[in-house]
Ligand binder design. Structure first.
Ligand SMILES: [Zn+2]
Length: 196
């Protein structure tokens, strides 16, 4: 089932997600719905708060980046396999010199900006079978994870912009929360006027 994606301005996007246990109700079904919702919106990642649940869970499929011409063969091989579920994740290390990458977000349609982040991360997480892993990711793969990880911490990529950039997109963000934006997928807007 396709779930509506929660737009910028909704308080659920600002909550720090809580950890879940294996008996979280209908978890399999919820994850299946998240996949369907993410692919319908042509996204490469989706975090549970973006569909209204402040829990520590996100999914990514970074394989579309494997075709990118700027990506090394080694990175390609990793990206192709990066269809993953992260439950109760914890980034335990972030390393290297910050680099800029143009990010967007399904909750913030029509806004894309360069964001600086460190290139290498090590993350502990449970997969969809609640098996524990510790893995290191680099480059775009790390980037997608960092963006989604921020969501379960209540952080959005627009928080990381310079104060000048923030001022420049302020009106756009306020319009998004009111539903004055076009998206090719189903959304829920916190400040949209009902009726009429
Ligand atoms: Zn996002």
């Amino acid at each position: 089932m396709i779930l509506p994606i929660i737009a910028y301005g909704d308080p659920v996007l600002r909550k720090k997600g809580i950890e879940i246990s294996e008996d979280y109700p209908k978890l399999k079904e919820f994850i299946a719905n998240m996949w369907e919702t993410m692919y319908e919106a042509s996204g490469v990642g989706l975090a549970a708060p973006q569909v209204g649940r402040a829990i520590r869970l996100f999914i990514i499929d970074a394989s579309p980046f494997a075709d990118d011409e700027n990506v090394s063969e080694e990175e390609n091989a990793q990206l192709e396999k990066m269809k993953m579920v992260f439950i109760n994740p914890k980034i335990i290390a972030e390393e290297g010199e910050e680099w800029a990458f143009n990010e967007g977000c399904l909750s913030i349609p029509d806004v894309r900006e360069d964001v600086f982040r460190q290139p290498t991360i090590t993350i502990e997480y449970l997969d969809e079978n609640f098996e524990s892993h510790t893995k290191t990711f680099e480059g775009i793969g790390a980037r997608v994870i960092q963006h989604e990880y921020d969501h379960i911490e209540g952080i959005l990529f627009t928080d990381k912009l310079s104060s000048l950039k923030k001022r420049l997109i302020k009106g756009k963000l306020s319009n998004i929360s009111k539903g004055k934006v076009h998206a090719d997928y189903r959304m829920r807007f916190p400040l949209m006027k009902k009726g009429r």
